[in-house]
Design a protein around this ligand. Structure first.
Ligand code: UD1
Length: 369
């Protein structure tokens, strides 16, 4: 089986590496990096740390408006798929790279598989929500991480293409925990102060970085906390803080550090007293690591974390952020549900693709051709 795997942005490197490892045992994988993320700290560092092989192609598209970035990926990936003629194309998550690759691959003979399918926030003003919906409807095989995702796909008439695979981010996390065991005593993250009690902050969503009032509310409320705040900063957030004249305030009230590697991110979440974030994946990583999470959005794709009491949605309202941080009672980790699977999603995905592709291309005896 020959598979083209498409990645481009930070969370996709994390989701793809366990699947890549499982695929490369007995199949051919051609990795395509769209170049959506290009800064060393958002891209190369993940390839080094997770031992991801060099991409066969780097499309080098870089940053642009949504339309132009998506179009550039589509134009660049089409000749790659023509040249490689894979049996399957795997796309991950909900970025512009995901939807662009899925739309082009859907018009080839390859089976298009979407990993982390069926997530819905219900908020169609998020670019990621549109990317998810369009990718799911363009794909042939939908690997859903949870029962909720399976239900979402059934409700849109996509149940017959859906396979409950479990969540590949559990595979990534389990592997990383083993690697980190030997480094447990090291301080996580570059330049992180030596403190036992800290709050970890990350912000990068468009809704929070293109609206000064929202960003100001977050920086005010989190910056006023008594405990140390560690803030690994995404380049778009740094640019937004500078644009709105808030960067100095952030530097004065928080420990602002460059974006961190995956290992450091996991170590930072694990040891934080609380995570405050608008990231999708980090809400779930906090849940898996028994760290309470305050989410800077009005809705989430990971409802299970909220239902279990480990995640509270606060939007960007400074009063609400302060109130939850001050008074919320977090649950104990006893009897915590495990809705995201057991860390064997990658193998399940590869086995399912093997079955589907062997059925799709039955060997026709030459005498009958
Ligand atoms: C993208 C994904 C989002 C994912 C996030 C993880 C979309 C629509 N969004 O958001 O789902 O959670 O990645 O980080 O695909 N930039 C840099 N260096 C880089 C990459 C980006 O400076 O290496 C800056 C550029 O100013 C760019 C801005 O970040 O304009 C936004 O980048 P983009 O790739 O559009 O989205 P992200 O915010 O990274």
């Amino acid at each position: 089986m020959k598979v083209v795997s498409v990645v481009g942005a930070r969370p996709q490197f994390i989701k793809a590496f366990p699947v890549s490892a499982a695929l490369r045992h007995s199949h051919t994988e051609v990795l395509v990096h769209t170049g959506q993320h290009y800064d060393h700290e958002l891209s190369e560092v993940f390839f080094q740390e997770l031992d991801i092989p060099e991409p066969g192609y780097n499309l080098g598209v870089g940053s642009d408006t949504h339309g132009r970035q998506t179009a550039a990926i589509m134009a660049e990936i089409e000749p790659v798929l023509e040249a490689e003629s894979p049996d399957a194309v795997i796309v991950y998550g909900d970025t512009n790279s995901t939807v662009a690759a899925a739309l082009v691959a859907a018009k080839t003979d390859a089976i298009v598989a979407h990993v982390e399918s069926g997530l819905r926030s219900g908020n169609r003003s998020m670019p990621e929500e549109l990317n998810r919906i369009l990718t799911d409807h363009a794909s042939d095989v939908l690997f859903a991480p949870t029962d909720t995702a399976v239900d979402n796909l059934s409700a849109e008439g996509l149940g017959d293409r859906t396979i409950q695979s479990g969540d590949v981010m559990v595979d990534s996390l389990e592997w990383t925990r083993e690697q980190l065991d030997g480094r447990a005593t090291e301080r996580p993250g570059p330049g992180v102060v030596d403190t036992d009690e800290y709050l970890l902050l990350t912000v990068h969503r468009e809704a929070n970085t293109t609206d000064k009032t929202r960003l100001q509310g977050i920086i005010d409320a989190v910056g006023q906390q008594e405990q140390t705040v560690i803030f690994p900063i995404h380049p778009r957030t740094k640019a937004a803080l500078r644009r709105y004249g808030l960067y100095e305030q952030a530097l004065e009230t928080m420990h602002v550090i460059p974006p961190v590697s995956y290992f450091d991110s996991i170590a930072l979440i694990d040891q934080a007293s609380v995570l405050v974030t608008d990231s999708g994946g980090m809400q779930k990583e906090a849940f898996l690591l028994d760290t309470p999470c305050v989410t800077l959005r009005d809705e989430t794709e990971w409802d299970e974390t909220v239902e279990a009491g480990w995640n509270v949605l606060v939007g960007a309202d400074p009063d609400r952020i302060r109130a939850v941080l001050a008074t919320h009672q977090w649950p104990s980790s006893d009897h915590k549900p495990q809705p995201y699977g057991d860390g064997t999603a990658a193998q399940r995905i590869v086995s399912s693709l093997e079955d589907i592709i062997s059925l799709e291309t039955p060997t026709i005896p030459t005498s009958l051709q």
